[in-house]
Design a protein around this ligand. Structure first.
Ligand code: SF4
Ligand code: SF4
Ligand code: FES
Length: 244
């Protein structure tokens, strides 16, 4: 295998090193620089949707504001993580996000840290989704179910199952976990699990030993088929399996 090509560059005057082409945000975070971000997660590909991770990059004498989560690092670039221009742009973005997701604790905290107490923009009633696309990416790239996607355009742009039919959703909860505004809720009642935002309710498998429901049957069969496991592989819940 070819050796990795490493590049050296500066972040806020500190020399750092990373593999050429790595995205700037994870490198900066690893070195301990604080850059706010909402639509980035190391488990999925970058998308550049929220624009909160803005930095200034100087390359060959030219400086420009750019999102860092989808900016590939290169030899000799000079990165600034905090400047008047960055702060001004970030405050504007946060005010817009606050208008879109006024109940999100994560956004309220980011806004507070940026010195914003209220937004000048009209509040929207869109259920706190900021269209960051993390749920869609984790479902497609990590889970492999590809059950949700962006739908509609313009003001109506949203994320959800195609044709409002969540037939491919295995109710695994990965999208619930990754959503930065906590707007995808999961409920478990009796032997049923519901992913509220996608209107998907599935029956849970009951453990053959202790009788407790522990995961959606549809999800377990989906994994059994995908990885070619024995049909009785998920007869026991993780606790009973561990004590076997
Ligand atoms: S709960 Fe459904 S939509 Fe969410 S990641 Fe799992 S399969 Fe995809
Ligand atoms: S539901 Fe959550 S994860 Fe999905 S796009 Fe909206 S804010 Fe992002
Ligand atoms: S984290 Fe970079 S644009 Fe959202």
């Amino acid at each position: 295998m070819a050796d990795k090509e490493m590049v050296r560059f500066a972040i806020d005057g500190q020399e750092v090193e990373a593999e050429k082409g790595t995205m700037l945000l994870p490198v900066a975070l690893e070195y301990g620089f604080e850059i706010p971000h909402l639509c980035y997660h190391e488990a999925v590909s970058p998308y550049g949707a929220c624009r909160l991770c803005l930095v200034e990059v100087t390359k060959r004498g030219r400086t420009r504001l750019t999102t860092s989560c989808n900016y590939p690092v290169d030899e000799g670039i000079d990165v600034t993580t905090d400047s008047e221009d960055i702060q001004r742009a970030r405050r504007m973005i946060l005010e817009l996000l606050l208008a879109r997701a006024p109940h999100s604790e994560r956004i309220k905290k980011l806004a507070y840290e940026a010195g914003i107490k209220e937004t000048r923009f009209s509040l929207m009633d869109v259920g706190d989704c900021i269209l960051c696309g993390l749920c869609e990416r984790v479902c497609r790239e990590v889970v492999g179910a590809d059950a949700i996607s962006f739908i509609s355009r313009g003001d109506k742009r949203d994320v959800g199952p195609p044709f409002a039919d969540p037939i491919a959703c295995i109710a695994c909860g990965a999208c619930v976990y990754i959503c930065p505004t906590d707007c995808i809720k999961m409920e478990e009642r009796g032997d049923e699990r519901t992913i509220v935002k996608w209107n998907r309710t599935l029956k849970m498998q009951e453990c053959k030993s202790c009788g407790k429901p522990f995961a959606p049957l549809f999800q377990l069969n989906w994994i059994i088929d995908k990885v070619n496991l024995p049909k009785d592989f998920y007869d026991l819940c993780p606790v009973c399996r561990a004590g076997r």
